[in-house]
Design a protein around this ligand. Structure first.
Ligand SMILES: Cc1cc2nc3c(=O)[nH]c(=O)nc-3n(C[C@H](O)[C@H](O)[C@H](O)COP(=O)(O)OP(=O)(O)OC[C@H]3O[C@@H](n4cnc5c(N)ncnc54)[C@H](O)[C@@H]3O)c2cc1C
Length: 372
C-alpha cells in the first residue's frame, strides 16, 4: 500500500517529523545513506542551549525542552541526554556583549552571572583573562543516536517505514501525486512529499521543479584531544566564548573543541580542512591552559541556513503537496521536537504548537519575493 506522506531525508529533521506525522498518517522515510544520521545529524556538538541563534530559535528550543526533560515512551530505554552546564565567558573588553546576551537569554533560561572566581571554579581550564561568565546549569548534552533511534522506533511502531540506501534521483508530479524514483530505479508515490534533505534540500526542490529557498550549507569543524592529567572531565561545562570563536566540552574521556567556523560549502560529505583543524587547536591554546599536543580525531559537518537564518517550514507556495522542512542551521537537534510538532500541525491540521509566533514566521513564502 502506498504511503500518505513520503519524507526525503533520514536525519533528525526527517525522522522526528515522520514520527510525529505517523500518529495520523502512513509515512515512509527515504534516506540515501545506509545509516540514519550519517550527515549533519551525526556530526554535531549535541548541545541544547540558548546562546544559539536569535529569539525565534530560542522559542523553538524552549518549546522543545519538555520533550528532552520528559521523553516519551519510545525514548525512555536509552538516555537521550544528560545535564551539562553551559558557560559563556568573556574578557574585560567583551563584558558589554555578555550583558546584552544576559538580557536576551533571560526570558528563556535561569541564568547565573559568574565573577572571575566563579568562572574558574566552573571551568578551571580557562586562562586568567576569562573574567566574566554567564552560566545555565540546565543545559543538556544530547545523545543524537538515541534521539534518531527513538524517532525511528516511534515511526515503525505507528506503522511507518524507514528505507535506507534509497537515494532519490527523479521527482515528478502526476495529477495530485508525487512520484519519486531512486538511483537504483525503485519508485514510490504519495500525495505529500516532505523535503527534509538537509544541505541537499534545494537540490531536491529543483528536482521537483520547485523554486529553491537559497540555502547555504556552511562547514563546521570539531577536533578531539587529551585533557591535561587530573582534569575532572565529568564536572566541566560546555564552554563558549561570547564571540563566536571557540567552544569546547568533555567528549568520551577527552575534550572536543570547535573554532566555530562557517565555511561555505556545496552539499557534500563534509571533511575537515587542515586550516580549521589548526585553528581549533590554536584557539584552544589561546583561551585555555590546555596544550593540544596530538589531535585524537577530527570531523566536519554542514550547518545549512536560509537567507534569514530561520528555518523554512511549510508547504511550497509554487506547487501543492511539497512541504519544506529545511534550514535548521546549527540548532536542528535542539529544536527537532518543536519542528516535528509544527510539521504535524501544518500537514495534518493539528493545533499550532507554539504560542509566541505564527506559521508565517517560518513559511517558505517569505523567500518568494527575492526570487521573483
Ligand atoms: C559541527 C556541528 C555542530 C552542531 N552543533 C549542534 C548543537 O550543538 N545543537 C543542535 O541542535 N544542532 C547542532 N548542529 C546542527 C544540527 O546537526 C543540524 O541542524 C541537523 O542535524 C540538521 O538535520 P537534518 O535532518 O536537516 O540534516 P541531515 O542530518 O544532514 O539529514 C539530511 C539527510 O537527507 C539525506 N538526503 C539528501 N539527499 C537525499 C536524496 N536525494 N535522497 C534521499 N536522501 C537524501 C542525507 O543523506 C541526510 O542523511 C551542529 C552541526 C554541526 C555540523
Amino acid at each position: 500500500m502506498s504511503p500518505d506522506i513520503l519524507v526525503i531525508g533520514g536525519g533528525i529533521a526527517g525522522l522526528s517529523a515522520a514520527a510525529a506525522l505517523s500518529s495520523n498518517a502512513r509515512v515512509w522515510v527515504l534516506e540515501a545513506e545506509e545509516q540514519i544520521g550519517y550527515h549533519s545529524s551525526g556530526r554535531s556538538a549535541t548541545m541544547v542551549h540558548y546562546a544559539l541563534g536569535d529569539r525565534l530559535v530560542r522559542e523553538l528550543t524552549l518549546a522543545s525542552r519538555p520533550f528532552f526533560d520528559h521523553p516519551p515512551a519510545d525514548f525512555t530505554d536509552v538516555r537521550i541526554g544528560q545535564r551539562m552546564p553551559v558557560l559563556i565567558h568573556a574578557r574585560e573588553e567583551e563584558r558589554e556583549a555578555l550583558d546584552r546576551l544576559d538580557v536576551e537569554l533571560s526570558p528563556f533560561a535561569r541564568l547565573e552571572r559568574l565573577d572571575e572566581a566563579g568562572v574558574h571554579e566552573l571551568c578551571p581550564l580557562l586562562k586568567e583573562d576569562a573574567l566574566y561568565g554567564l552560566a545555565d546549569f540546565n543545559g543538556i548534552r544530547l545523545d543524537p543516536h538515541a534521539l534518531l533511534q527513538g524517532n525511528s522506533r516511534a515511526l515503525r511502531r505507528l506503522g511507518g517505514a524507514l528505507r535506507t540506501g534509497v537515494r532519490v534521483a527523479i521527482i515528478e508530479r502526476h495529477g495530485a501525486t508525487w512520484s519519486v524514483t531512486s538511483e537504483s530505479g525503485e519508485s514510490f508515490s504519495a500525495p505529500v512529499l516532505v523535503n527534509a534533505a538537509g544541505s541537499w534540500a534545494d537540490q531536491i526542490a529543483m528536482m521537483a521543479g520547485i523554486r529553491p529557498l537559497g540555502l547555504e550549507p556552511k562547514r563546521r569543524t570539531i577536533i578531539t584531544f587529551e585533557a591535561p592529567a587530573g582534569t575532572r572531565l565529568e564536572s566541566l561545562p560546555f564552554a563558549k566564548t561570547i564571540a563566536d570563536e571557540l567552544y569546547f566540552a568533555p567528549e568520551s574521556g577527552r575534550l572536543f573543541a570547535s573554532p566555530m567556523d562557517e565555511v561555505p560549502s556545496e552539499p557534500m560529505d563534509a571533511q575537515p580542512d587542515d586550516y580549521e583543524v589548526a585553528l581549533a587547536a590554536y584557539r584552544m591554546e589561546e583561551r585555555t591552559t590546555v596544550k593540544v599536543r596530538q589531535i585524537h580525531s577530527k570531523w566536519a559537518g554542514l550547518r545549512t541556513f536560509t537567507p534569514d537564518r530561520h528555518p523554512g517550514v511549510g508547504f511550497a507556495p509554487d506547487c501543492d503537496g511539497f512541504f519544506w522542512l529545511a534550514g535548521q542551521g546549527g540548532f536542528g537537534l535542539q529544536t527537532s521536537p518543536a519542528m516535528a510538532a509544527i510539521t504535524a500541525s501544518l500537514i495534518l491540521g493539528s493545533p499550532w504548537p507554539i504560542a509566541d509566533f505564527t506559521p508565517e514566521a517560518l513559511s517558505p513564502d517569505r523567500f518568494a519575493a527575492q526570487h521573483a
